[in-house]
Design a protein around this ligand. Structure first.
Ligand SMILES: [Zn+2]
Length: 353
């Protein structure tokens, strides 16, 4: 690979460096006069733990060639890795989607979202397929034992959930609590059983109340958690995003759906009629948000502008690598993608051989 960039950049700790990139690899970073700050930052690629699809592609009905196309197109958005995410569906559909995952350097595994969620907070997940976790051997064991299962979203208050949290967290799957009506005590029981994340914090869960803070209260108060945040400027207000990012190790996610990068207009998603408009995709029936139309590159820019570069880099590039597992890292390798960023926008991308 030829030299794509050579010059002065601010690397992610924040200091201004003179960086020499040779053959695409940063080989030297020397601190220079910090009074001459540049606006160019060098940051590791994006890691998205929660993404259903984009470009009219959805994991639930994509064949391996289409998933490869999705991964290749996400690479051009600055992605280094992602977890394709299922939705609440019958076992045979989930198995087919998992079996269709290609071997691709960006695809680290998959995120099972549902079906073990609360019927009180389905969001856009089809409620008719919601289940309680099986307490006896079942076909779902195939998913629970699958080596590519890296993260699961479930509701901790449902019967059988604590046993499943214990089983999966013990083998290194990140258990994330969400689509949940859990009280604070029920969420704490999930945390004690091994859950270490909260799925799209604030969305699809019991609202915070100062005498019953629920799962939001746990997300805001347990610093060991790595709660997800969709910061597309539609799912969560700036004030709520600040409350979360100031108190926790927030992991930004896109929760992008097939509607991401599609033009405004009608789209069918997960059996629902939806409409893409003004940066959102909503159910026609209720007007509720149905996933997002943002990619992590958009979330990154929003966080950069609204909260600051350090939080954007931590939440989109650094923490999601480390928090895939409660102990250790899923991505146990050198950074393979470096992004040159100006004002929160990716202006160049360096992919190492
Ligand atoms: Zn989702």
């Amino acid at each position: 690979m030829s030299v794509l960039f050579e010059g002065e950049v601010r690397m992610f700790p924040g200091a201004t460096h003179r960086v020499t990139l040779t053959r695409g690899r940063p080989i030297a970073a020397e601190v220079i006069d910090t009074s001459e700050k540049t606006d160019t930052w060098l940051v590791p690629g994006f890691v998205d733990q929660h993404i259903h699809g984009a470009f009219d592609i959805d994991m639930m009905d994509a064949d391996p060639a289409t998933m490869t196309e999705l991964a290749d197109r996400l690479a051009h958005e600055g992605y280094e890795a992602f977890l394709p995410t299922t939705i609440t569906a019958p076992f045979d559909q989930v198995r087919a989607a998992v079996e269709a995952l290609p071997d691709h350097p960006l695809i680290e595994g998959f995120h099972l979202e549902g079906p073990f969620i609360s019927p009180d907070y389905p969001g856009a997940q089809p409620p008719e397929y919601i289940l309680d976790p099986p307490t006896v051997p079942s076909e779902w064991d195939w998913v629970f034992d699958h080596p590519k299962l890296k993260k699961i979203t479930l509701a901790p208050e449902r019967p059988g959930a604590l046993e499943l949290i214990g089983r999966l967290s013990k083998r290194g799957v990140t258990v994330s609590m969400g689509h949940s009506n859990a009280t604070y005590d029920e969420a704490m029981a999930g945390f004690s059983a091994g859950a270490r994340s909260v799925t799209h914090t604030f969305n699809a869960m019991r609202p915070f109340h100062h005498r019953e803070p629920g799962l939001v209260g746990l997300a805001l108060s347990e610093s060991i958690l790595a709660p997800e945040l969709i910061y597309d400027r539609h799912h969560v207000s700036l004030g709520a995003a600040k409350a979360l990012t100031r108190s926790t190790n927030t992991v930004a996610v896109s929760d992008a759906s097939r509607a991401a990068r599609m033009p405004d207009g009608p789209v069918t998603m997960w059996g629902h009629s939806c409409t893409v408009k003004n940066g959102t995709v909503r159910l026609d029936s209720s007007g509720a948000l149905a996933g997002s139309t943002a990619l992590l590159s958009d979330v990154f820019e929003n966080l950069w502008v609204d909260i600051g570069p350090e939080e954007a880099i931590d939440a989109c590039c650094l923490r999601p690598r480390a928090s895939f597992l409660s102990q250790g890292r899923i991505i146990n390798r050198d950074v393979t993608t470096w992004l040159l960023v100006e004002g929160g926008r990716v202006v160049d991308r360096l992919v190492l051989d």
